[in-house]
Design a binder for this molecule. Structure first.
Ligand SMILES: [Zn+2]
Length: 416
């Protein structure tokens, strides 16, 4: 029948990174699907893995043995069905952990995160303008954590950064708020720790955390905006993380809204982040109360919560500018969901509506995106840094994989 005939024609294939699918690729994809199923459905029996993946029992057994050997999963409780055999259930291995680092201009948080996204320990390390001394502080902290958890197997180190990372060179190429000259962070940490290091922009890491641990199923167009010392964005479009040439995609924070505006850390004037970052919120407060003592952004939020009308006014202005910048994002990418991370989300009930109202002024057609706060954004950045390692590949490498000739079939699996 006409309606059942498959569409004929050519498929658009990106030939830049094309590689013909091999049985090795197929095995790797099947392994990843089984690992993802275990993550989502654990604890789960081999029989259920077979049923849910559509793979044969023998293939599942081989893959599970491989994953046990690699320490990703372990055999846990024994199921007790009403009748029949009592299968051993498979679950993620709690002893496999990652050291996650979230770098801000003045401090870094170092944490140990397990495969379920739980933080087992966490410390804050002060940073200075000297990258070598700062990295030594971080690695000293990592070594202490490693000593404190002798039974855990550390898979690697994931780092979330306030800047962009060149995906192929794995070096920071744009981090105006960090002010570290060209410094090979990855090489120095790998040498000291003897562990592989993966790095990614904080907003993209945060988005990866939401995709990995929160399981935002079925949504293929998401933009995540981090509002802290600067404003960063991570983009998930058509079901893929977007990096752009040399990893520079998503720098909406440095699009100028006012060429005569104040100087930005990137050297230009009037960038979105000079209006919408936490530093902007504090500046608005100082303009309203020039004689007030210097305060932190947390203190500004507390003042607003305690009824200080100047603090509320400053934060409302910051919220308005966050919303105005979101108009750019909606125009460029038409996401179905925009996630906002950063301290301002702790007062979302007060400032979220101002953000939404301003963003909604840009409505051309179609459905307006949902704008949602991510509470505990700091934890999301750490989990995202961990997810970089747990996924074995940097997000960019994943994109390269999806561009390969072999693509999962409609129900998500490849038979090799
Ligand atoms: Zn800028």
């Amino acid at each position: 029948m006409q309606s059942q005939r498959r569409a004929r024609g050519m498929r658009l294939i990106d030939l830049t990174d094309v590689q013909l699918g091999s049985s090795e690729t197929a095995r790797r994809i099947n392994r990843d699907i089984v690992l993802e199923l275990i993550r989502a459905k654990q604890p789960i029996s081999r029989a259920d893995l077979s049923r849910q993946s559509g793979l044969q029992r023998s293939t599942i057994s081989q893959i599970v043995e491989q994953l046990i050997g690699e320490k990703w999963v372990c055999e846990g409780a024994v199921a007790s069905p009403p009748r029949g055999r009592h299968p051993t259930l498979i679950e993620l291995n709690d002893d496999l952990v990652v050291i996650a680092v979230d770098i801000h201009p003045k401090e870094a948080t170092v944490a140990v995160v397990d495969l379920k996204g739980r933080l087992l320990s966490r410390s804050i390390v002060p940073l200075s303008s000297d990258p070598a001394a700062s990295v030594r502080q971080m690695t000293d902290c990592m070594l202490r954590m490693k000593q404190d958890l002798p039974r855990k197997s550390i898979e690697g180190i994931g780092i979330s950064l306030p800047g962009r990372v060149d995906p192929s060179a794995q070096r920071m190429i744009f981090a105006p708020n960090l002010r570290w000259p060209d410094f090979d962070l990855k090489k120095v940490i790998e040498k000291t720790m003897g562990l592989p290091v993966k790095m990614e922009n904080a907003a993209t890491a945060c988005l990866l955390s939401e995709l990995t641990f929160r399981r935002i199923d079925g949504i293929r167009d998401i933009v995540l905006v981090t509002v802290s010392e600067g404003v960063g964005t991570g983009i998930y479009a058509n079901g893929q993380l977007i990096f752009g040439n040399r990893g520079m995609a998503g720098e909406f924070g440095h699009v100028s809204l006012d060429p005569a505006g104040i100087r930005c850390s990137c050297g230009r004037r009037g960038c979105w982040e000079t209006f919408a970052s936490c530093r902007a919120g504090l500046r608005y407060y100082r303009e309203l109360r020039p004689k007030a003592t210097a305060i932190s952004f947390h203190e500004l939020l507390n003042l607003a919560e305690d009824g200080d009308r100047y603090a509320a006014e400053a934060l409302t202005k910051q919220a308005l500018y966050i919303g105005r910048g979101l108009q750019l994002i909606i125009a460029a990418l038409s996401p179905s969901v925009i996630l906002v991370a950063g301290d301002i989300t702790s007062a979302w009930h007060r400032f979220g509506p101002a953000i939404e109202k301003e963003a909604a002024k840009f409505t051309l057609g179609g459905a307006f995106p949902q704008i949602l706060p991510i509470h505990e954004g700091e934890i999301a950045r750490l989990r995202g840094a961990a997810a970089l390692v747990f996924q074995r590949l940097s997000a960019h490498e994943q994109q390269m994989e999806t561009n390969q000739g072999l693509t999962p079939s409609e129900n998500g699996q490849v038979v090799g």
